[in-house]
Structure formats: C-alpha cells, structure tokens
Design a binder for this molecule. Structure first.
Ligand code: AMP
Length: 230
C-alpha cells in the first residue's frame, strides 16, 4: 500500500500518521524528519537543508526530490510506504508521479486532513509539550485539552513551548507554502486528485481536521476501512 499523506502544520498529521503507519505496517517516511536527522548528524545533506529550514523555506527540489526517490527504493519500501511532507509543491508532485510510473509503481491512497489556515495557526501557537511525555497533548487554545493551569493536564508535569511554534513569521511562511493553490502543496494535492478523477487511482480520503484527535482518527479509520481499492 502506497500512501501520500497531506495536512497543514498544526492539523495533527504527526499523530494520525503514526496510527496509519500501524494500520498498514509500512514505513512512515517524513521528509522533515529525514532533514532534521541529517542536520543533527552534521551530514552534507543536513548542512544544505539547514539554510532553507531555518528560514521556513522549502529545501531546493534538486536536493529533496532525489533524496525521496532514493529512500523509496530502499528494501523496507518494497511492500509499501507512507509518504508525509512530500510532495510539497507542484514540481515535486509531477516528478514523483513520473518516477513512480517509470517503475510501474502507483500511489494507492491520498489522505488529506483539511483544516483552515487560521485554525491551524492557533493550534500551533497554543501547543504545549509535557516534559514527561510527548504523547500528553496540551493546548491552551483547545478547550478539550487545556492544561491544568500551567501544568500538564494528564500528569501535572512541567510544560514547555517549542521555539518554532511561537515564531509567527515562520508559521506563516510554512502555511503560505501549504495553502498555495498555484504551485505549492495545495497544487500538488490537486495534481494527484486530478489523476484520481480519471480512473479512481489514487483513492482519495479527506478528513475534517477540526475535531479532537480521537474524532479525526475515527473518521480516518472509517473512511480507510470503506475503501474499495482498484
Ligand atoms: P516538516 O517537519 O514537515 O514541517 O518540515 C520541516 C522543514 O523541512 C520544512 O519547513 C522545509 O524547510 C523542509 N522540508 C520538509 N519536506 C520538504 C519537501 N518535500 N520539500 C522541501 N523542503 C521540505
């Protein structure tokens, strides 16, 4: 099963991605995470990527596209993959589709978490990290998971903010790329949805990102369960 997974920063994509990975038992390939790992190891790829990432810009396509295509050729991808964070612009979508077609590989499912830009931004800025457990969700802007004062609502632990979650300019920059219908991520999504309109491949699953983590997971699982794949 080959899956493309889309959703703006702040839509809960990371959490849902981990659940989909479990469901299909495929590697979860996150371009942002690959870059971060390379940056922390100080590799040449990491050094190239860091300049763009620090500015909230996309890493150039001539670095990103070969990196992803090489990753998809690795042995663990032989029976499927979940690609998250790629393609992020129209050019990446076209190049991915061309490269896959050459190998006779297809995208089976496109998943999109739909969330308005302002809501996504509010969520990011309200996010608080529990020092005891990353999986203790706290958000000062979401009633259902509001912290207990300034402490974790689950364990009472200290809460911290992620630096990049508070940088409004960087958030706007990232969302600017995502919600760009002409050549950004929305254009990449449309490219694959247009392919789907022709023959139903890939199958398209859209979920409403406004609900709680559990509600989004429920809708996602129901819709994935109902798919009859071609
Ligand atoms: P993410 O963790 O998905 O928010 O990605 C973090 C950063 O990595 C992004 O802001 C980009 O600078 C870079 N990045 C991730 N995926 C891509 C991609 N497909 N193309 C170019 N840059 C990317």
């Amino acid at each position: 099963m080959n899956v493309l997974f889309f959703g703006p920063n702040g839509s809960g994509k990371g959490t849902q991605g981990a659940i989909i990975k479990e469901k299909y038992g495929v590697p979860h390939i996150e371009t942002g995470a690959i870059f971060r790992e390379n940056i922390s190891k100080g590799t040449e790829l990491g050094n190239k990527a860091k300049v763009s990432i620090d500015k909230g810009e996309l890493v150039p396509d001539d670095v990103t596209i070969p990196m992803v295509l090489d990753r998809l050729k690795e042995a663990d991808c032989a029976s499927g993959w979940l690609l998250d964070g790629f393609p992020r612009n129209l050019n990446q979508a076209v190049k991915l589709n061309e490269a896959l077609a050459k190998e006779g590989i297809r995208v089976d499912v496109l998943i999109e978490i739909i969330l308005e830009r302002e809501i996504a931004k509010k969520r990011i800025m309200g996010r608080r990290l529990c020092v005891n457990d990353n999986n203790h969700p706290n958000n000062v802007n979401i009633e259902a998971i509001k912290p207990d004062g300034d402490k974790c609502r689950i364990c009472g632990g200290e809460l911290r903010k992620r630096d990049d979650d508070q940088d409004e300019t960087a958030i706007d920059q990232r969302h600017g790329i995502y919600y760009d219908y002409k050549s950004g991520t929305r254009a990449a999504i449309k490219y694959f949805k247009d392919l789907s309109k022709r023959n139903g491949i890939p199958a398209v699953v859209e979920v409403d990102g406004r609900g709680s983590v559990e509600e989004v997971t429920k809708e996602l699982m129901e819709k994935l369960g109902n798919l009859s794949l071609k």
